[in-house]
Write a protein that binds this ligand. Structure first.
Ligand SMILES: [Zn+2]
Length: 214
């Protein structure tokens, strides 16, 4: 197996997802891009009423990794990205009994893409941490008929469509929402509202990257 891996490496050396240069074995970034990652503070921030934490700023090489996972189907990147999340997650974020709930994609988008990158990240975090995956949210909409205005949930949250508990799902009590990127936190807030309405007692959020300045 090692020999086969070595042979494959010679044919197609591992390359950096950000710049295309050769990357060390099993690393998604070359040394220079990895050192260009801007690491965030170890402490969580409060975003839209949720304790939220991410390891890196959403810029440069981190943006390239997120884009490759989401738009180039590089689902193998979920594992190293999850490793960075788990390695730095604040104490108490991932504990026995915590359910990792992926932020849902709009159904049409999920169909087009064939997967939900947040679900891939949550599953990869679950394999490394003491937490289980609970893919219990769905996102509907956006409402058709723009001329009649947006639906109530959309007006309240500012996000397209509405988030609900998946039919037949039980809402976990202790939830960490998982997404690839967080920006304003509006989507997280909509997810948290749906979870709290269904009985969740604690909702926090983990992402791979966060927009600078928040
Ligand atoms: Zn690079």
């Amino acid at each position: 197996m090692a020999l086969l891996n070595r042979a494959l490496t010679l044919i197609a050396p591992p390359f950096c997802w950000a710049c295309g240069d050769v990357a060390p074995n099993d690393e998604p970034l070359c040394r220079s891009c990895r050192s260009g990652l801007r690491w965030l503070d170890g402490a969580p921030v409060e975003l839209a009423g949720l304790e939220t934490w991410a390891p890196v700023y959403y810029e440069g090489p981190a943006r390239a990794l997120v884009g490759a996972l989401k738009f180039r189907g590089a689902v193998g990147l979920a594992a190293p990205m999850a490793a960075q999340i788990v390695a730095g997650a604040p104490a108490g974020f991932l504990r026995g009994g915590t359910a990792l709930v992926p932020v849902p994609l709009l159904r049409a988008r999920a169909r087009r893409r064939g997967f939900n990158q947040a679900e891939r990240l949550a599953a990869a975090i679950g394999r490394r941490a003491e937490a289980r995956l609970a893919d219990c949210l769905v996102r509907r909409g956006p409402a058709s008929g723009r001329q009649v205005g947006r639906g109530r949930a959309e007006r309240l949250t500012g996000i397209a469509g509405a988030v609900d508990l998946r039919e037949g799902s039980r809402c976990p009590a202790d939830v960490v929402l998982v997404d690839d990127v967080v920006t304003t936190g509006a989507t997280l807030a909509a997810c948290a509202a749906a979870l709290r309405a269904a009985g969740a007692r604690r909702v926090a959020a983990l992402a791979y990257a966060r927009t600078p300045g928040r």
